[in-house]
Design a protein around this ligand. Structure first.
Ligand code: NOJ
Length: 754
């Protein structure tokens, strides 16, 4: 008791002297004491992050990890989990290292750890930030029980080029929605208190602008004006920093000719000085080593650049441990710089409670209770249901009538692996129920017809990558597969074709020059169409696709993404109308790959698009220059009607506010949920402004015949942007407010900012 009182008194004294909260002051004291015992090599060891097992995503591998851990040359490991394995490793630290500093243990828990949720692009399509926060909390609960403390998520890179495979890992093209989702994920993972053992540390990535790689080619050069950066690409990173994310990962690309990993403007001026980031910065896999190939120096030079720029932790390159000691001796890197980086890593460990409990409460019992618990499986299904987007539905083809004869055709009907998508972490995909099993569970076996129709991938170059051993190829001639499918379709009243991308056709290193359905799948669809039967296309894929032919020729199209552990069930419920689709896409679907980049919040030009004029911003070789499906688009089995936009006032003054509202009515005959979207256009500015910007959204559930008023507050803050001097400002003048169910909305009213 006396000891506790003494500790409290000392803590109070320190905090009174430093002006810091007492727990921070205690942390500083603890770390000062620890660092005073550390050699330079041990401090540098804390900056080294190594990979333990698999999931190789770069050119260099970690070797002799155990020995390096014992030698005090490692600060953290990743690609590693389970309570026993983590306990063993931390025990080794306690027993065999001089200072017994526990390791950080991380992993790419991107959309679930064992229980898998829809890919992030699918989760974004829910537009449900509360749901996304609940998911991040559940993911943290499961991953932490399995020995993890740190996830490399959220990926908040704005992406406008669906050729880039990593669009599947982010929230899409919009900075406002991206920022809201980024905040929700950070809150969910960390809950503002990493000492709670059910949380995990988040890592914002990839800092910065990774999604703007030229030509959609992964890892490629980025070149962008400051105005575009500040107004369109940086908001989600900044929002995640301000939401309290404890770590951030540098990106592979360069910015202004300097690779992000060694870019001092990015990592220090912007991140730490302007945004006040207090966590630590980790490189991406070997992005430090890769700076040599970028051509900015040899291994010593790039290490010097990176640490002096503000990089704290080196993922897999091992250049920090190999080069830093000599750089410090030569005076090229200051000891204080190493100290500052080491301190940030130790602070993260302290906040995670690792110095009190290096296992963070991980145990087999806890893991058993938390992993794939019924609540998590239910949450995964809820997310899958809400992520699914109805892209087309003619003649009420959907929902399906189970009393009809229905043929399910396509290589994805019985495929499990695809459902959990890329980055499926530690999930056991072999236990996932595929669509066919879900259908049979609900309706009994023998009820539906089935044919594979074609192989998922026949394109040689994709197959060499996705299935090098030819394990999943059906060796029957493609003509035979096709004939069987046509015969099956002919016996049915309705055909449901289940097609899309293999799980690894999106994600890292999966850029495509064409985002059409693969030729063999398209040939199948054409043959099915020729049977004259109504055809529903169910898509499973990780990016927007070009679907002009499908849109023109098929009766219904359902985008189900890669929807996770409970995808089979969720798709079944949507197909048969037990649930009503409510997802809305968060990336534009182009008609044609040549339209890329295509995004709703573009600028006007001096020759704005006009279909009837030649000298206007358009392509001459396509009939319609608009997107096939715009940002924010998604249908429902019911119908929503919007009243005109009402404004509470036609002028907004200073720090006042006005209200913009509509009455939303469900005029169909089913209950449904609509995402009401608010867009604003700044009509005249000191710099050109986008034709529309998302500024708010609300999810509204209505019963048939029900109406509700939906209102948004508009304040001056909402109208601010970065001007040519990069000042965050709102300019007086006219604004147009749009409210509707999609970014192509025209329902508007105008007001003036005074
Ligand atoms: C490379 C990827 O770019 C990054 O997103 C991931 O977190 C790391 N590898 C670690 O696996």
């Amino acid at each position: 008791m006396k000891r506790i009182v003494l500790i409290l008194l000392v803590a109070g004294f320190i905090s009174a002297c430093t002006g810091k909260p007492s727990h921070e002051a205690e942390m500083d004291k603890f770390i000062d004491n620890l660092m005073s015992q550390m050699t330079l090599e041990e401090k540098i060891g804390q900056l080294n992050l190594l990979s333990m097992w698999f999931d190789v995503t770069g050119p260099r591998m970690s070797e002799d990890v155990e020995q390096k851990v014992k030698d005090g040359l490692v600060g953290g490991v990743f690609n590693f989990w389970t309570p026993n394995a983590v306990r063993k490793l931390q025990d080794m630290i306690l027993a065999q290292t001089r200072l017994k500093i526990p390791l950080l243990v991380g992993y790419d828990v991107i959309h679930g750890h064992r229980t898998i949720y829809p890919i992030p692009l699918g989760l974004a399509a829910t537009w449900d930030t509360q749901l996304i926060e609940r998911i991040a909390t559940a993911v943290a609960d499961e991953a932490s029980a399995d020995g993890l403390q740190w996830t490399f998520s959220p990926m908040v890179d704005i992406a406008r080029d669906p050729r880039w495979g990593r669009v599947s890992e982010g929230a899409g093209e919009d900075p406002y929605l991206g920022a809201e989702i980024a905040k929700a994920m950070v809150r969910g993972y960390e809950q503002g208190d990493l000492s709670n053992q059910n949380t995990i540390m988040s890592c914002i990535k990839h800092f910065a602008l990774y999604g703007a790689a030229e030509g959609g080619r992964d890892y490629n050069t980025v070149d962008m004006s400051r105005l575009r950066m500040y107004n369109e690409y940086l908001p989600p990173y900044e929002a995640a920093v301000k939401a309290g994310a404890s770590s951030i990962m540098t990106s592979f690309n360069e910015i202004d000719g300097v690779p992000a990993t060694g870019n001092r403007w990015l990592l220090t001026d912007l991140l730490r000085q302007q945004w006040g980031f207090g966590g630590f910065v980790v490189s991406d896999w070997t992005s430090l080593y890769e700076m040599e190939d970028h051509g900015v120096g040899d291994r010593a030079k790039v290490t010097e650049m990176a640490i002096n720029a503000g990089l704290d932790m080196d993922m897999v390159s091992e250049y920090m441990i190999e080069e830093l000691p000599a750089l410090v001796k030569a005076g090229r890197v200051k000891t204080e710089t190493v100290n500052a980086a080491c301190r940030r890593i130790l602070e993260a460990k302290y906040r995670l409670g690792l110095f009190t409990d290096p296992y963070r409460g991980a145990s087999e019992e806890r893991a058993k209770a938390k992993i794939m618990s019924p609540e998590k499986l239910a949450l995964s299904k809820e997310a899958a249901l809400k992520s699914i987007v109805l892209l087309k539905n003619e003649h009420q083809t959907l929902p399906l009538d189970p009393s009809k004869k229905i043929a399910f055709i396509g290589p994805l009907v019985k495929n499990q692996r695809t459902l959990v998508g890329n980055w499926c972490a530690a999930s056991d995909w072999e236990q996932v129920e595929n669509l066919w099993e879900a259908l049979e569970n609900k309706y009994g076996s023998g009820k539906f017809l089935y044919a594979a129709g074609c192989n998922l991938v026949e394109n040689e170059s994709i197959r060499r990558m996705t299935d090098p051993q030819g394990n999943v190829i059906d060796s029957r001639p493609s003509q035979q597969l096709l004939a069987e499918a046509v015969q099956t379709a002919q016996q049915a009243d309705v055909v449901v074709a289940v097609l899309g991308e293999a799980y690894d056709m999106s994600g890292e290193a999966a850029s495509r020059t064409s985002i059409d359905l693969l030729d063999n799948q398209k040939a199948l669809l054409k043959a099915l169409k020729e049977t004259g039967k109504p055809v529903v296309l169910v898509l499973m894929n990780g990016r927007p696709l070009t679907l002009q032919w499908e849109h023109d020729n098929l009766d219904a199209i359902l985008e189900t993404w890669l929807a996770g552990t409970r995808a089979g069930d969720a798709i079944t419920e949507i197909l048969f109308g037990d649930a009503n689709p409510s997802g809305k896409i968060t990336m534009t679907f182009p008609r044609n790959v040549g339209q890329i980049p295509i995004y709703y919040n573009h600028k006007n030009t001096g020759r704005p698009f006009n279909n009837d004029s030649k000298f206007t911003v358009k392509y001459i070789d396509i009939k319609e220059n608009t997107p096939l499906y715009p940002f924010g688009y998604g249908l429902s089995y019911t119908k929503f009607e919007y009243s005109d936009v009402q404004l509470s006032d036609s002028t907004l003054v200073g720090d006042g506010k006005i209200t913009a509202s509509v009455t939303l009515t469900n005029s169909g005959d089913r209950a449904g949920e609509e995402t009401v979207q608010l867009y604003i256009r700044d009509m005249v500015g000191s710099i050109t402004r986008p034709v529309k910007e998302l500024k708010g959204f609300q999810k509204v559930a209505l019963k048939p015949g029900e109406s509700r008023q939906v209102a948004f507050s508009i304040t001056t803050e909402l109208l601010k942007f970065y001007n040519a001097g990069l000042q965050w400002t709102a300019e007086p003048g006219e604004f147009t407010v749009f409210i509707g169910g999609c970014s192509d909305v025209n329902n508007n009213a105008k007001f003036t900012l005074k």
